[in-house]
Design a protein around this ligand. Structure first.
Ligand code: URA
Ligand code: URA
Length: 201
């Protein structure tokens, strides 16, 4: 009998759970691997776990996470349909931006998650994941709201980070919140198009 070896997301999560590739492991309570639909067409990548995420081991469950859930719901996307993770899996002390060394140490895990999920579309939230994936130093204000082709068959769409929206609550025309509303509608439409063009087998 032939043994079948499947390298699943669950297996990867087990491998990653005890990661000590960078110093962030020393101050973490829980590693935050990511969660959601392993066959998602749409993936969200944030920066790093915050306090609530570190405590619970789940991504985007604090205030910013609740706002992300609402942004998705506004266009009829359930959290469970998508996959959500971060560039680094352990909380940087005081929520500082992860260093390049930390992001590089964690990169294999994110790369493996993307490869296993193989989404049509990746939404990067804020500067950190956007700059890491696109290999640019350009800021989110310039990059958001545009579809970038990434590694051939995946599209990357940068949006503002929900934490940024919490700090900038104005909904006036042209405000970050207003632009995010346009952006999430664009994601919804683009996803329908990509799905109809390219049915997953
Ligand atoms: N901010 C992030 O970038 N990621 C989380 O998981 C929570 C807050
Ligand atoms: N800086 C970020 O990292 N993200 C934003 O969305 C805005 C400013």
């Amino acid at each position: 009998m032939k043994a079948t070896l499947t390298f699943s997301l669950d297996y990867l999560a087990q491998v990653v759970r005890d990661c000590q590739r960078c110093p962030l492991h020393r101050s973490r309570t829980n590693l935050v691997f990511g969660e959601g639909n392993p066959e998602a067409d749409l993936m969200f990548i944030g920066e790093a776990p915050g306090e609530t995420e570190d405590q619970t081991g789940r991504p985007f469950v604090g205030k910013a996470g609740q706002l992300l859930t609402q942004i998705l719901a506004a266009v009829g996307i359930q959290r469970e349909e998508v996959y959500i993770t971060n560039v680094v899996k352990c909380r940087p002390p005081g929520n500082r931006v992860p260093t390049k060394t930390e992001m590089d140490a964690c990169w294999d895990w994110l790369a493996a998650q993307i490869a296993l999920i193989n989404p049509f579309l990746i939404v990067t939230l804020g500067n950190t994941p956007t700059q890491k994936l696109l290999g640019t130093t350009e800021g989110i204000t310039q990059l958001r709201g545009r579809f970038f082709s990434w590694k051939g068959n995946i599209e990357v769409f940068p949006m503002f980070h929900p934490s940024y929206l919490l700090r900038n609550p104005s909904k006036k025309k042209g405000s970050p919140k207003y632009l995010t509303w346009l952006d999430i509608k664009a994601v919804k439409e683009r996803l329908s198009l990509l799905r109809s063009r390219n049915r997953k087998s």
